[in-house]
Ligand binder design. Structure first.
Ligand SMILES: [Ca+2]
Length: 421
């Protein structure tokens, strides 16, 4: 998530960089910062494979916050209309090197026709990036997001109505920071469920800040900052439910802690959904169907959950509860590079050497946190898991090193499941 970077840029800068065809977020970093980044190569290096095309890996599922969001509606489609967007190339190369069978991308701007997803497939994933093998995903799922939909109320309490922080989910336009699911296996879209419209006030014992949000606001405010999906994927004889979400970052709060609380409850919704039973009877999907996932279902929770159990500004209770849910397995994937925390420099508030880290928010921010998760149900045996975070000197480092990295501030997280394919 690059709110900080984007907010730090003035409108004039945005306009100028847009006119040059550059994404402002990916403008070249100051040389000094780059030098500091590159000088951290003293970290130990370990062998890192060029590719994960192992023949006996089982089913690979992965989540990746790809930062393929843009400042203006339609810009992502323009950027992807040709094959030369440098950031999209880097993202595609990360995907190709890991070659997941089922892939969730967070922060992928939504358009109803799915043009951006189609263009990303045709012009990037289908094109070998620097010698990698192309990847093909015949099945794609996308759905609307609450981001950028104006609430008509002053949600952030700054005395002004309008702007990204007054939208139902933070965003400059409808569908910014949305998500998309790619799959090599058939997606049962007819039986997919979405929870975009579920109202926060309808969660029992929620953390909804009722002092901050009046009754009128409570009547329209959804819990999901984007959405929560249950997308069934048919893999051989099995149906695996991909539970996808991207809870709001627990930052940019006032004393009411509205975002921290929403993040907590968005994660709790996921845990309640896969747990089911009486405690989950409260939830209803966008078709009006009540209730949670059927007990005994195979599922994989995927997404940037914006919460680390041990660092950052989230309330760790929800993520701790989710990771401890006995119905799922936390594979706790680590990156091979123990020095991953050094990629953006120093000053990371006690989370040096966070080997479970999946995102680097940089110096002066929150440093390296574990926020991206792939959590399979206990019914699905796990072979192995990892975070794609090559070290300096290793193949692929230039995709994730430097500041900002050429691909994303997040890393791809993968899990290999022992599922017949
Ligand atoms: Ca406002």
């Amino acid at each position: 998530m690059r709110y900080l970077n984007r907010l730090a840029l003035g409108a004039a800068t945005l306009t100028a960089t847009a006119a040059m065809g550059l994404s402002p977020v990916y403008a070249q970093p100051p040389a000094a910062m780059k030098a500091i980044t590159m000088s951290s190569a003293s970290t130990k290096t370990v062998p890192y494979p060029d590719t994960f095309q192992a023949p006996s890996r089982g089913l690979r599922v992965a989540t990746f916050n790809a930062s393929l969001n843009r400042a203006n509606q339609g810009q992502l489609q323009l950027d992807l209309a040709g094959p030369n967007d440098a950031q999209a190339q880097s993202v595609a190369e990360v995907v190709q090197r890991n070659a997941p069978d089922i892939l969730l991308l967070n922060e992928f701007d939504y358009d109803e026709a799915g043009n951006a997803a189609r263009l990303f497939k045709a012009n990037y994933l289908s094109v070998p990036q620097r010698g990698q093998q192309a990847v093909d995903y015949p099945y794609v799922y996308l759905a609307p997001s609450n981001t950028g939909i104006q609430s008509g109320a002053d949600l952030d309490g700054d005395g002004i109505i309008g702007g990204p922080a007054d939208a139902l989910g933070y965003g400059d336009f409808e569908g910014q920071f949305a998500m998309v699911l790619f799959s090599k296996y058939p997606i049962d879209a007819a039986n997919a469920r979405t929870f975009q419209g579920f109202l926060w006030k309808d969660m029992p014992n929620s953390q909804l800040p009722t002092d901050h949000y009046g009754e009128l606001v409570q009547g329209v405010l959804p819990l999901a900052s984007k959405s929560m999906w249950d997308v069934p994927v048919k893999v051989g004889a099995k149906t695996i439910h991909v539970i996808a979400a991207h809870p709001t970052p627990p930052v940019f709060d006032g004393p009411e802690k509205r975002n921290q609380r929403r993040n907590h409850d968005e994660i709790r919704l996921i845990s309640d959904y896969v747990t089911g039973g009486k405690n989950a009877d409260y939830m209803y999907d966008d078709k009006g169907v009540a209730g949670a996932l059927k007990p005994g279902s195979n599922f994989v929770i995927m997404g940037d959950l914006n919460s680390d159990v041990s660092a950052g500004e989230s309330d760790p209770a929800a993520i701790s509860g989710l990771l401890g849910n006995p119905l799922l397995t936390d594979p706790a994937p680590a990156s091979e590079w123990r020095g991953a925390a050094d990629s953006a420099g120093i000053g990371r508030g006690g989370v040096d050497l966070n080997t479970l880290g999946t995102a680097d928010f940089g110096r002066g921010a929150q440093g390296v946190l574990r926020v991206d998760y792939v959590l399979p149900s206990a019914t699905l045996p796990i072979r192995d898991a990892g975070v794609y975070w090559p070290a300096p000197g290793q193949s692929g480092f230039d995709l994730v090193g430097g500041w900002p990295p050429s691909s994303s501030d997040h890393r791809l997280v993968w899990v290999n499941l022992d599922v017949p394919v």
